[in-house]
Ligand binder design. Structure first.
Ligand SMILES: [Zn+2]
Length: 374
């Protein structure tokens, strides 16, 4: 199966990974940087140019990872677990397990990344000054790294969501007014403004400088920011509206079950084909043993279906994601997206009391959002 991310390893429980789209930006920066080194230092040999450029690009991406670690370590210290750090086309992304619950948390988590970038810029600048007469490649590489980290820090401090500066802005408004929603609206408005300005800049770069590639690149970043600003607002609204809703209100009380020992053939003929069910809880009496789905039984050759009980191919109870009737809706939604679940059984003290599948969940959330709008 094709995987779009490459996991590099894990540092302090945080998975560090690279998305395939990152290879594009890696190649581009490498190309631009080697051309620039070659141009500025015509006396350098080709291997010197290539090796210096390659190491510089790798250190640049390590700097981005360090920036994301800045966010992550502050988040962890404030009790918010961090799942992963991903390098992708537009830079780095630290995947926090949940949003900040206070303006202070939001402020410090957001500002930590740019602070790391500023510190790195200072460090590289100092190194380039110290190595100026000693090693030309080291001085040139660190001078570029100082500049690029400075640019990363400054660009990220622009006050528009989803940029770090937008989050800082949001936290400040939130703190001043005590209203998280007002903070979010202001930051998203900032994000939209930044995105439209970048669109304009991209067009201007293309039309007046004839730099088609640069213009398209700026417009792509603008589009990325705009899409994420809107998604951030929607996610925020949904979180707010759904925070009072519990799993039991979203669940279907009809729980599809199949008795342990039933053959796959019987289950398929009586439930799957007749009622269009794609999965069911495998039960012995009231006890849940696991969950069987169409995906599970595909592992079993068809001519063995009649003689194979469903329990042999089910996902066992221990590895099953379940919720209690009182689980808040945002937590449920998060589990569904995080683990890509197609169905979640609702269990009350081990007994099946409800059933939520992905389609039903989306439908119910949409309904709650519409009802909450008035
Ligand atoms: Zn950041």
């Amino acid at each position: 199966m094709f995987r779009s991310v490459l996991v590099l390893g894990s540092i302090r429980g945080i998975r560090v990974q690279i998305h395939v789209s990152w290879l594009i930006i890696f190649a581009l920066v490498l190309l631009v940087l080697s051309a620039s080194f070659h141009h500025q230092h015509p006396d350098w040999s080709t291997p010197t140019v290539m090796i210096t450029a390659a190491i510089t690009v790798l250190v640049f991406f390590a700097s981005i990872v360090a920036h994301e670690f800045g966010h992550s370590l502050v988040a962890i210290r404030r009790g918010i677990p961090v799942r992963s750090i991903t390098l992708f086309l537009f830079g780095g992304l630290a995947q926090l397990s949940r949003d900040s619950e206070s303006a202070d948390d939001e402020f410090w988590i957001a500002i930590a990344g740019p602070l790391v970038s500023f510190a790195l810029a200072a460090l590289f600048y100092l190194t380039s000054q110290l190595t100026a007469g000693v090693s030309e490649p080291v001085a040139a590489a660190t001078a570029w790294l100082a500049l690029i980290n400075f640019v990363v820090a400054v660009f990220n401090m622009v006050p528009g969501f989803p940029l770090d500066g937008g989050r800082v802005f949001r936290a400040v408004i939130w703190k001043l007014t005590g209203d998280a929603e007002r903070g979010m609206r202001a930051a998203v408005l900032g994000g939209r403004t930044v995105a439209y300005l970048l669109f304009g800049l991209g067009l201007w770069t293309m039309l007046t400088h004839g730099n088609v590639f640069g213009g398209i690149w700026i417009m792509l970043i603008a589009w990325f920011l705009l899409a994420n600003a809107e998604a951030g607002q929607q996610g925020f609204d949904m979180q707010r509206r759904m925070s009072g809703v519990r799993a039991r209100e979203l669940a279907d009380r009809q729980v599809p079950t199949v008795a342990a020992g039933t053959s796959i053939t019987d289950w398929v003929e009586q439930s799957v084909l007749q009622h269009g069910l794609r999965s069911a809880l495998v039960c012995r009496g009231q006890e849940v043993l696991g969950l069987v789905s169409l995906t599970d039984i595909r592992a079993c050759p068809r001519d063995e279906w009649a003689l194979t009980p469903v329990d042999r191919h089910m996902t066992r109870r221990e590895s099953l994601h379940t919720v209690s009737p009182e689980t808040p809706a945002p937590e449920l939604l998060q589990a569904v997206t995080e683990h890509n679940l197609n169905q979640v059984p609702v269990l009350d003290e081990g007994r099946p009391v409800g059933w939520i599948d992905r389609e039903r969940l989306l439908r119910m959330v949409k309904m709650h959002m519409e009802l909450g709008r008035g």
